[in-house]
Write a protein that binds this ligand. Structure first.
Ligand code: DLL
Length: 434
């Protein structure tokens, strides 16, 4: 089933809508967001210069730094009284980045989620368990309202408490699971340890996103649960989930092109690449009122497919995200920048500026260990003092990252020193799950 007619327009119709909406959003940001006015002025671009779709290339890029520098509300194009929801995601340093939504933005969001869940195969007959966290993360609330719009019976289970999740699945007859792919695998492990065969549960479909995953991981999820596993993509800066999702009939995720312009650029030169080339995904939001973004550099790596899809949708599709151009890690679905950890550590007395992040996996769940050197003067040998220091680090990291990490204090000068770039990340997670 297709949720709405705007998923099946002709190329000319998409271009017409995109052009009209691009002109509109460029005027909106220029007139209401001083940051964009200054940026456009610096690049010698006036809103009047944007007359056709190809003029998008005249516009400057927006980066995460701009979001950080304008924290919290500097990039909002609407006054706070019109903002009805805030979400946030990790910034590159201590502060998160904040995004806002008007009532109309929330309507658009649920509409776009209704599209992706419908194309994955969800209907009003389904019981859909949302095992994304409900909070500042866009996953839980984002999926929730679109699933309700489609008429599915939504179970807002949130994340964690896995044995209870399995019990709910069994008792409520959950047919669709919505989570990160790694959590889906972990849930299957827990079910097995409870003596429950995941394949015997009524689950038939999974919608997974929020973190990168491979085709072999998909096969593994499909096998262990006995379900069809689909991918969907989005990011807080642009809206949250709902930017693109799979229909399962051809490779790639259908992009809601009436709401977003998606370009692929060469991450080194900024040059726009033709369809079929791999590069960095750049997104312009066309309809968002509260927090529009112009040519946002996502740092995600993908390819755009333009060939027709047998499902009948005519939008371009985004290949599975294969990686990132920066050092952002996604640990248990939470975005983590090493620089964020560094800025927390730098603020704590008694810690030397040398650390290493070791990421492993246990029962399909990511584990983060932060090894950090104790400052020479703190290394007095008092166990109590060190214990207190470890606790301080753990709590501060938890507050800033919303993620529990194991802290390992190590002796001064014991972490490896390199002549070039410090090797701060040791990612021991399996890269392939086959
Ligand atoms: O992860 C939004 C989302 C929630 C999408 C639930 C899908 C489902 P952020 O926390 O801002 O938002 O993280 C966005 O996560 O730039 C990608 O690097 C990564 N990411 C999201 N979905 C996928 C995916 C949400 N399907 C960042 N495949 C993005 C690979 C993904 N990476």
């Amino acid at each position: 089933m297709i949720w709405d007619k705007n998923e099946c327009l002709s190329r000319e119709e998409y271009e017409k809508i995109q052009t009209e909406r691009l002109i509109d959003v460029v005027h909106r940001v220029y007139n209401h967001v001083p940051y964009y006015k200054n940026l456009f002025d610096q690049h010698g671009v006036k809103p009047e210069d944007i007359k056709s779709l190809k003029d998008v290339a005249k516009l400057p890029f927006t980066t995460k730094d701009a979001l950080r520098d304008n924290y919290p509300y500097g990039l909002f194009a609407k006054p706070l009284k019109e903002i009805v929801r805030l979400h946030a995601s990790s910034g590159t340093t201590g502060k998160p980045i904040v995004v806002g939504y008007t009532k109309k933005d929330l309507d658009t969001w649920s509409q776009l989620i209704a599209r992706i869940v419908t194309q994955a195969g969800v209907t009003e007959d389904d019981v859909a368990q949302v095992a994304f966290s409900y909070g500042l993360f866009t996953g839980g609330f984002g999926l929730h309202y679109g699933l309700e719009k489609v008429g599915a019976t939504v179970v807002p289970a949130s994340v964690g408490n896995t044995e209870k999740q399995i019990m709910l699945m069994q008792d409520f007859g959950t047919t669709v699971l919505i989570s990160t792919p790694s959590y889906a695998l972990h849930m299957a492990e827990v079910a097995i340890s409870m003596g429950i065969d995941p394949r015997k549960l009524p689950l038939r479909l999974g919608l997974f996103g929020g973190e990168p995953w491979t085709e072999s991981m998909r096969k593994q999820i499909e096998k262990v649960w006995g379900i069809k596993a689909t991918d969907n993509y989005g990011l807080s800066e642009v809206m949250g989930p709902g930017v693109a999702g799979e229909c399962g009939q051809s490779p790639g995720m259908h992009i809601s092109e009436d709401h977003f312009i998606v370009e692929i650029i060469d991450p080194n030169t900024g040059e726009v690449l033709p369809p079929g080339s791999e590069g960095e995904v750049v997104i312009t939001s066309l309809t968002k009122e509260a927090f529009p973004v112009i040519r946002y550099r996502t740092k995600d790596i993908s390819v755009i497919y333009n060939d027709p899809c047998p499902c009948g949708r005519t939008t371009a599709r985004l290949r599975k995200i294969s990686g990132r151009t920066d050092d952002m890690l996604i640990i248990r679905g939470v975005n983590v920048f090493p620089s964020q950890i560094e800025s927390v550590l730098m603020e704590i007395d008694g810690i030397a500026p040398h650390y290493q992040l070791v990421i492993t996996q246990k029962d399909f769940l990511d584990q983060l260990e932060i090894q950090v050197e104790v400052a020479e003067e703190k290394f007095t040998g008092s166990f109590k003092e060190l214990e207190l220091l470890e606790q301080t680090v753990r709590e501060k990291i938890k507050t800033v990252l919303s993620l529990s990490a194991k802290i390992k204090l190590v002796e001064p000068r014991s972490l490896e020193r390199t002549m070039g770039k410090a090797r701060r990340i040791i990612d021991k997670r399996p890269k392939d799950f086959s």
